[in-house]
Each structure stands twice: as structure tokens, then as C-alpha cells.
Design a protein around this ligand. Sequence first.
Ligand SMILES: NC(=O)c1ccc[n+]([C@@H]2O[C@H](COP(=O)([O-])OP(=O)(O)OC[C@H]3O[C@@H](n4cnc5c(N)ncnc54)[C@H](O)[C@@H]3O)[C@@H](O)[C@H]2O)c1
Length: 383
Amino acid sequence: MIGVAIIGTGDIADFHIEAYLRFPERCAIRAVVDLEQAKARQKADKFGLSCEALADYRELLTRNDIGLVSICLPPALHAPVSVDFLAAAKHVLCEKPMAPTLEECDRMLEAARRGKATLSVIAQNRFKPDIMRTKRFLESGALGRILFAQANSLWWRGEKYYDLWWRGTWEKEGGGCTFIHAVHHIDLLLWFMGDVEEVTATLYNRSHDNSEVEDLSISSIRFKSGAPASLVSSLVHHGEEQSFIIDGEAASIELPHKIAVSRQLDNGYPEADEEKRLKLEALYTSLPEPQYTDHCGQIEDVLSAIESGQTPLVDGQAGRSTVDFIMAAYQSAFTGKPVRLPLSPKDPFYSKEGIRANAKKFHQKTTSLTSLPSGGISVGGSL
Ligand SMILES: NC(=O)c1ccc[n+]([C@@H]2O[C@H](COP(=O)([O-])OP(=O)(O)OC[C@H]3O[C@@H](n4cnc5c(N)ncnc54)[C@H](O)[C@@H]3O)[C@@H](O)[C@H]2O)c1
């Protein structure tokens, strides 16, 4: 039985608690922790948990009955708190994004090595049926040579979203929509397409005045495979219609799910090849779906990894790769030049000091509230 603690009992903690409660024979939530102890107590009561509600996570570092912690804290706290637990040989499932700097990601990876502990970073969309199948479909080689990919990480947030104290600052949030929202799509893009060689990006803040960070970014990417890709990350799209399009020589596949196959007429114009499309659809639907989805899928994967001593599907290195891409995109936007990956410790966007010196503040944050009225949150957009 794996003893679990939830660190930070805000909005996203609910998704972790609900998931752990699905596996009562494999794990038990033994503590919930929040700086505001009353909030931790309320969260325990909401889910009928008969566990401790604490204000200071450090009380758990030496406890033998805690084996795994979910870090559900604001991004700037992911690294220091994860490092404390990993160094104490506790397994860590950290919310996305892994940490606001690569320097901190590297400290987390080092602490996991030292503590011989499992580190996983949330990328719950990998555990959606169509996304898992698309990955397996790409692995089958059915598309032939990949020619081009597009990821559209389109979200919408009103101005009040940035009134929360930790949002909208380079220091505490670590970045704007590219870092906080597109991190999901960047994880998937890298999972689908492999390592990135170079990125050129531009950033904008089009309609969020209470925020230093971007609400729109446009990236042009070249993968090591030679394939190019585009990524749009936005908080100004009404409807949040997110999508992927991957074009191969043999066919194109999209999310939300669609497969298309064209063949050429004598003049080079296209007509649909229905027979080939049906064959590829049959292959696609024959591919296995995940048994558990979203946060529940990832938490089941992490429990299995701990039980079996294997590496989880989304390990610390995968979490770091998304941060590496995002920091390279920021470096490109603020220096006006293409940036090759991976960033090195000498690059300005590797460390907090470098980011502080080089990231432009689009606006000054003037409103800062300790909490926002609760109204539910959306975590997946339309994917
Ligand atoms: N996976 C997803 O789809 C998804 C969606 C939303 C948020 N998130 C991520 O989850 C994390 C938390 O976001 P949220 O929306 O739940 O934020 P939140 O502000 O609602 O919750 C954070 C909680 O941490 C507590 N806290 C702050 N400092 C603390 C400390 N030192 N010790 C203990 N508790 C402390 C706060 O009191 C608060 O209750 C962020 O990294 C965010 O990016 C992920």
C-alpha cells in the first residue's frame, strides 16, 4: 500500500484526490497540506478523507508511512518542494509545468537520482484515448515520411484570471500561455515528433493588462528529423478549439480525430482515396485505448511504476524537455534570433537570473488577490 500526500489543496488537487480514490487497494491518502490549514481540512472533508490536514509539508519528510506526494502548488514552488521530498527518497508526481527554469528542473532530476525516487510530471492528455491511439498510429509508420505538423494550443481566459497573486508574473508563474497552457500541447508535439533542433518564436500580450507575461505566442519549429512544425499558443481564442494536424506522405491525421488520404488526378489535383482511408481507420481503431484516462490514467501509471520499479510514461526528463523548448522559444522571442536546442547552462534562459534580466514585462501587475471565487476550472480544452 502506497501512502500518499497532496501538497497544495487548490483547484487541481481535486483531480489528484479523485484519481487516488479510484485505487483503494493500492494507495491511501494519509495527509493533505496547504499553507492555509483550514483549506486543507475543507478539502479532506469535501472528499470524506479521514487523513491529517497540515500547514507545513516538511512534517512529512521523515514519515515512513508516506511514499508518494502529489505537488499541486504554484509553479515557482514545484522545484524547492519536489527537491525536499525526492532527496528524502519520496516519489513525486509534480503538476505541470515542471519548474520555471531549467536550472530548477536539473536540481529536481539530480534529487531524484540521489534519493533513488520516481519523478513524474503531469501530462494527463497523453492518457486520452484518441491521443494515445494517435501516438501508436504514428509509431506504426502508417503516415510514411512526416512532412509537417501543426499544434494549435488555443484557450480563452478573461482578465480576472490574472488577478490571482501568483499568476501573470515572470517571477511566480514563470511565463504566460506558452509555459502554463501550451505546455500540454508541447509535451504532445515532442512525444509525437521527437527532439527539436531549432525554434524561432514571437510573443505578444494582446488583451491581459494585469499581466507581465504573454497571452499569445507563435513558434516556427524544426525537428531533428528535418520535419518543420508550427505552434500557436493563445489565451484569446473564444471556443478553445485546440487541434493537431500531422501531414505524412501517405496520409494526414488530426486531433480531434480525423484521417484523410488524397491521391492525385492526372493534373496533380487531389481526390479522396476512400479505400486507403478506410484501411487506415481500421488500423487506428484496432490500436488499444488506455484503461484509465486523464489524471487517473497518469496516476495509475505512476503507481504501477513505483510498484514495479519501472520508469513512468511521463518521467522527469520528459517534463524537462517541454521546459527546454519553452525557454528556447522565450529566448528566441526576446533576442529576435532562432535558438538551437537543448539550451546550455550558459544560455540566458537557463536560469532565473538570466530570465529576470532578459524577459520583457508586457504590463505591470497591479491587482493581486489571495484567492479567486471558485467556479470550477477547465483542464483539457477541446482535446
Ligand atoms: N494539469 C492541468 O491541466 C492543470 C490545470 C490547472 C492547474 N494546473 C497546475 O497546478 C498547479 C496549481 O494550480 P491551482 O490552479 O490548483 O492553484 P491554486 O492557487 O488553486 O492552488 C495552489 C494551492 O497551493 C497552496 N500553497 C501555496 N504555497 C504553499 C506552501 N508553501 N505550502 C503548502 N501549500 C501552499 C495555496 O494556498 C493554494 O491552495 C499549478 O502548477 C498549475 O499550473 C494544472
